[in-house]
Design a protein around this ligand. Structure first.
Ligand code: HMN
Length: 290
């Protein structure tokens, strides 16, 4: 059975400080209501790249603490162009009990592939945890080729990739060349074509509120009912289109509030939700969740 992971959001209070209780509530909601298979902690959706090191550690602590007793998978995204920080976080989450880490490709400085390979080898060097490469070219500007992945995967601690990329040719080539590597799809609106190319599961922001439908789609796909899977993807994409048009992170949090979860605010420099965004989120809630 293919797995569904929610990309955990971080709740902030109005001043931009981490709201621990709200963040815990989102972990609980994913476990109790969404019955999610796992959480991706510290990713884009967690607004991780706007957090300081101590704050990242706190989010990792909160997630594993709140999830204890459940048997969901937790993946900690520790990557950062600050390699010292990435290594420190890899060690930190390993000591906390995370079994899998992930690291975004280092961004901003146009690192060459040798530098990127060095970055990944260094992150896993002193820890026992396995690593999933986080590839998201649209946000990082870093594209990895098939041969680049082959070189990264030579390190046996590097077990797969979170693939947030619309290049399905490369995805097909990856699956064909690395049948034993873990490939987790990252674009929720492209879940069905990714399933068709035999990904092992998916990680996404919208699964925080749309997990039931995504799981039903995976089940339909696995049962061979492609018409049903396509219909469910179509329904999800109506929702995802509305979320994207209204500002995805703020809207996900506002919809979660409507669902009774204290998801808090986004952090600056992300803009605070305007009255129009709030009204848009309410409409989305009423259209899809009432
Ligand atoms: C993460 O790192 O938090 C997510 O897993 C990223 C995930 O791939 C999301 N991508 C971004 O937010 C950039 C998607 O769930 C995305 O939000 C969704 O497909 C709508 O485009």
């Amino acid at each position: 059975m293919k797995k569904l992971y929610a990309a955990l959001m971080t709740a902030f209070d109005e001043s931009g400080n981490i709201d621990e209780q709200g963040t815990r509530e989102m972990v609980r909601y994913n476990i109790d209501v969404n019955q999610i298979d796992g959480l991706y902690v510290g990713g884009s959706t967690g607004e991780n790249f706007m957090l300081g090191t101590a704050e990242k550690k706190r989010v990792f602590e909160i997630a594993i603490d709140e999830a204890k007793g459940s048997n969901i998978d937790l993946i900690a995204q520790v990557g950062s162009p600050n390699l010292h920080e990435a290594k420190e976080l890899a060690k930190y989450v390993t000591d906390l009990g995370y079994e899998t880490i992930s690291a975004v490709t280092p961004f901003y400085y146009n690192f060459n592939f040798e530098e990127i390979k060095h970055y990944y080898d260094e992150i896993v060097k002193d820890v026992d945890t396995k690593l999933v490469v986080y590839s998201i070219p649209a946000l990082t500007g870093v594209s990895l080729s098939l041969d680049n992945f082959a070189k990264l995967f030579e390190n046996e601690k590097i077990i797969g990739v979170k693939y947030t990329n619309a290049d399905f040719y490369l995805l097909e080539r990856l699956r064909d060349r690395f049948p034993d590597k873990l490939i987790l799809s990252g674009f929720d609106e492209m879940l069905l074509p990714a399933l068709a190319l035999d990904v092992d599961g998916a990680i996404g922001s919208t699964f925080n509120i749309n997990a039931q439908k995504a799981k039903a789609e995976i089940s339909a796909f696995e049962a061979g009912d492609i018409d049903k899977a396509r219909k469910l993807q179509h329904e999800s994409n109506d929702l995802i289109t509305d979320l994207l048009n209204n500002g995805i992170y703020a809207t996900l949090k506002l919809v979660l509030q409507e669902l009774g979860v204290n998801a808090g605010y986004t952090r600056e420099p992300m803009a605070k939700a305007t009255p129009e965004v709030k009204a848009g989120a309410k409409k989305i809630y009423e259209k899809y969740f009432k």
